[in-house]
Design a protein around this ligand. Structure first.
Ligand SMILES: Nc1ncnc2c1ncn2[C@@H]1O[C@H](COP(=O)(O)OP(=O)(O)OP(=O)(O)O)[C@@H](O)[C@H]1O
Ligand SMILES: [Mn+2]
Length: 271
């Protein structure tokens, strides 16, 4: 008769590395001291345990699947793992000690660009996440059933305002509202029917709606077939340190731009 650990041990057999998600110091030290053949990688919002090999998680992510996806993508970005590697992820699903192990095979397709978007934008990762979620939701549902486009420029808002002009009165003038607030998300969806861009600060304050962006566009190279909204979104991120998140009315995809380059393209329906 096999012991249970023999039966469940298959989950961690022949893996290249073990990823410890937000381990306590004692949990990490047990792994570090064990002199395992497998590489030990800590994945957490901060390197509190002074791990040698560490991947920053821009957010804690309640959803374990998201947490693992981001960890693996971050590790890919840092060349800690490569296509075909198998990784054992030690995670905490409930409160307390780590209570789960998930076996993951690394695929190049996991490099979606989302990690880069969160970890390397100037705005707070939580602000990027909230704007991204509004764009995804708008893409899924549209505005009253009709497809709708939207352009969100996040971070470096002062500079973005200097390189744009108003198309209409700014409904957010003098207001102090932030993305992520459910009422604000309803407002963003409502105003997305109208022209122009939303400008959002590093900390998530909605600075303006209805901005017409006027960045210099020389040398900005975006995929063929995308129009003025995408060109303006891409170009403003070369002229400033903002990140642009664009929902296309015509193909329904959400794209993100940074440094004048496209860094992410996803279908809201598949997200
Ligand atoms: N410079 C700009 N600044 C802000 N908004 C813009 C700018 N240029 C275009 N837009 C907005 O984008 C909308 C759509 O323009 P256009 O169709 O050329 O863009 P697109 O890239 O093809 O986007 P979509 O895929 O949504 O059609 C315009 O109606 C306008 O609201
Ligand atoms: Mn168009």
């Amino acid at each position: 008769m096999s012991a249970l650990s023999d039966l469940l041990g298959a989950v961690v057999s022949d893996v290249e590395s073990v990823f410890l998600f937000s381990p306590s110091s004692s949990h990490y030290e047990r792994f570090a001291d064990a002199e395992l053949d497998e590489e030990v990688v800590v994945v957490a919002p901060a390197n509190d345990v002074d791990a040698e090999t560490y991947v920053e998680l821009p957010l804690e992510f309640d959803n374990v699947r998201d947490r693992i996806k981001f960890g693996v993508e971050g590790a890919l970005e840092q060349d800690l793992v490569e296509e075909g590697d198998v990784v054992a992820c030690s995670v905490r699903v409930f409160d307390g000690d780590p209570d789960g192990v998930v076996r993951v095979r690394v695929e190049e397709a996991m490099r979606s660009g989302i990690y880069d978007l969160f970890a390397n934008s100037r705005a707070d990762p939580s602000v990027i996440r909230d704007v991204f979620e509004v764009a995804i939701e708008l893409g899924k549902k549209g505005q009253k059933g009709k497809p709708v486009g939207a352009l969100f420029v996040v971070g470096d808002a002062g500079k973005v305002m200097n390189k744009s002009r108003p198309l209409s009165y700014n409904p957010f003038e003098k207001s102090h509202v932030h993305v992520g607030d459910p009422i604000v998300n309803v407002m963003l969806k409502e105003f997305s029917r109208l022209d122009g861009a939303f400008v959002i600060s590093d900390s998530g304050k909605i600075v303006s709606a209805y901005r017409y962006l006027e960045p210099a566009a020389e040398g900005v190279d975006i995929p063929k077939g995308l129009g003025a909204r995408h060109m303006a979104g891409a170009a403003i991120t070369r002229d400033t340190n903002a990140t642009a998140i664009v929902l296309s009315e015509s193909d329904g995809l959400v794209r993100a731009f940074k440094g004048g380059q496209i860094i992410l393209e996803i279908d809201p329906e598949e997200y």
